[in-house]
Design a protein around this ligand. Structure first.
Ligand code: GLC
Ligand code: CA
Length: 558
């Protein structure tokens, strides 16, 4: 397999609003990021994926962009951006920008023009349709509740918005839209950025005719089959690749809602015609899924192993995987699969989850605070939430009586995206050292126990464990390029797999339970010949049979 830097890198995702506030207005900013680059250097990551920093009215925290070539005022200026980029590059850290081009903000100049009149030159930049019998053009629901169409009285037509009504969908079938997007991407590449994370890029090509979808639990038609991996998506990405991506040395990752293995092999093919890799969602959706995420079901380990292994097997040698447990749209994985009831269990399970993910094949992504074992938060009332999806869902399902308020509150506390968006916990001073002012969203009350300062000063912390996981990837090619094989498929408690590269082999064992587990070394792995690369308990030894402690994990090389 061809060796490339993006296969060998570890990416760290920053959600700027919640990372570090440098001027006391309660909102994280670019200068705040620059201040923390040495922290990231110490962690050892290679690349930062920056969630959107463009000008935005913040209906969806920057995923609604009103000017792609300007920096959001809350976050600073273009000079601040350039200073941050240069300071990152000085430290050998690359910066990947979030590219949100399925939709813009309704305050973007293109949309402001588009909605003026039916014959405006920008009309066809968006998806406008006549109503049907005084109703929306089709039955689709939006991802953030309510219909996917908004009526505009000026021209008496509807525009499509798969997300909030302040996020109108661009019409990618219009060549001018594609040209303008590509020109904007090139402009950022010229500035020296190192790649793009492409927001819901699998949704840019809609099936002509926009057929009604199957009505789901939210009362609306599901647009999925007519939007995910639509008819021209690969053609448009190949065009983007030819016109922009191929001219630079970039890391590209597509956020691909609804992606299947077959589709991923096209998006992320090693032939380099489209993108480097995709984010798939199958393992995230095992406890309810995008179809209906509001519940507090637990992920089944056997299902999780099957799903992740399928991606490992099927993309091997054909396309490239991305590996993630957490991002700004997901609750904290430690609160889903780990145990946060005591410090010992919390740290053991955080390290176990890190081991399980980082020893697989693919490019690992660490979401801010994951390297500290940051957990879901505890919000008391709806007023504490900031996320548009969570707030809308609460109203929608409690008002129509579908879900009782106390149940919905419990689901929000378990699943809301705001769990990932509470401020980064830097130290045990007020507001976790995130801001001198009033934070835009409440700090997780556990910051006195969980914070970067304490962990950097302690050798057995989650931080130092992640640091080692990241370093090992640089020291052992097998972690990057080795072939994956799942063992003990049906075991309900252990996740065990091997990696193989030439004569070398690795064995990774992870106990996903707080109960101890008996484990016998598989055939062909001679205890005396193995070396422990990393493990989350003191004094571990490789033995023919072992009693694995709560959330114990070990990666061994043979
Ligand atoms: C992606 C983003 C999410 C955003 C949505 C609309 O899923 O990750 O945060 O709300 O797209 O842009
Ligand atoms: Ca600020």
């Amino acid at each position: 397999m061809e060796k490339t830097w993006w296969k060998e890198s570890v990416v760290y995702q920053i959600y700027p609003r919640s990372f570090n506030d440098s001027n006391g207005d309660g909102i994280g900013d670019l200068n705040g990021i620059t201040e923390k680059l040495d922290y990231l250097k110490e962690l050892g990551i290679d690349v930062i994926w920056l969630s959107p920093v463009y000008q935005s009215p913040n209906d969806d925290n920057g995923y609604d962009i009103s000017d792609y070539k300007a920096i959001m005022k809350d976050f600073g200026t273009m000079e601040d951006y350039e200073r941050m980029l240069a300071a990152a590059h000085e430290r050998g850290i690359r910066i990947v920008m979030d590219l949100v081009v399925n939709h813009t903000s309704d305050e973007h100049a293109w949309f402001v023009e588009s909605r003026k009149s039916a014959d405006n030159p920008y009309r066809d930049y968006y998806i406008w349709r006549e109503g049907k019998d005084g109703q929306a053009p089709n039955n689709w629901g939006s991802c953030f509740g309510g219909p996917a169409w908004e009526y505009d009285s000026r021209t008496q037509m509807y525009y499509l918005h798969l997300f909030s009504k302040k996020q109108p969908d661009l019409n990618w079938d219009n060549e001018k839209v594609r040209e303008d997007v590509f020109e904007m991407m090139d402009w950022w590449c010229q500035k020296g950025i190192d790649g793009f994370r492409m927001d819901v890029i699998s949704m840019i090509s809609k099936t002509p005719g926009l057929p009604d979808g199957k009505v789901g639990e939210n009362g609306y038609g599901d647009f999925g089959p007519y939007v995910h991996n639509g008819p021209h998506v690969h053609e448009y990405l190949q065009e983007m690749n030819q016109k922009v991506l191929s001219k630079y040395d970039l890391l590209t990752v597509g956020e691909c809602a609804g992606v299947t293995i077959e589709e991923a092999k096209k998006y992320a093919n090693l032939d380099g015609r489209e993108l480097n890799m995709v984010f798939q969602f199958e393992h995230m959706d095992l406890d309810g899924g995008e179809s209906f995420k509001w519940n507090d079901r637990k992920i089944d380990l056997v299902e999780l192993k099957k799903t992740l292994s399928k991606w490992q097997y099927e993309l091997y040698g054909k396309a490239w995987n991305s590996l993630y447990w957490c991002n700004h749209d997901q609750p904290r994985m430690i609160s889903r699969l780990g145990d946060t009831s005591t410090k010992e269990l919390r740290e053991a399970s955080a390290k176990m989850l890190g081991t399980c993910l980082h020893m697989m094949q693919g490019t690992p992504y660490v979401y801010q605070g994951e390297e500290l074992g940051m957990t879901n938060t505890t919000f008391e009332s709806l007023e504490d939430f900031r996320d548009i999806e969570s707030i809308n869902a609460y109203h929608q399902y409690t008002q129509n009586g579908q879900i009782a308020p106390e149940d919905m509150m419990r689901y929000l506390c378990y699943k809301s995206r705001d769990n990932a968006r509470t401020p980064m916990q830097w130290d045990d001073s007020g507001n976790a050292g995130f801001t001198d002012g009033v934070p835009w969203i409440k700090v997780n009350p556990n910051y006195k126990e969980i914070n970067a300062k304490e962990q950097m000063g302690r050798a057995d912390s989650v931080f130092h464990y992640y640091q080692k996981l990241i370093r090992l990837r640089k020291e052992h090619e097998i972690i990057v390029y080795g072939k994956y094989q799942l063992l003990m498929e049906e075991d309900k408690n252990l996740y065990v797999y091997t990696r193989t590269l030439g004569q070398e082999r690795m064995l990774v064992i992870c106990n996903f339970r707080k109960e101890t587990q008996e484990f016998t070394m598989p055939e062909g792995f001679e205890p005396g010949k193995g070396e422990i690369l990393i493990g989350n308990y003191e004094g571990q030894e490789i033995k023919k049979s072992m009693t694995l402690r709560p959330f114990e994990a070990m990666a061994m090389k043979f």
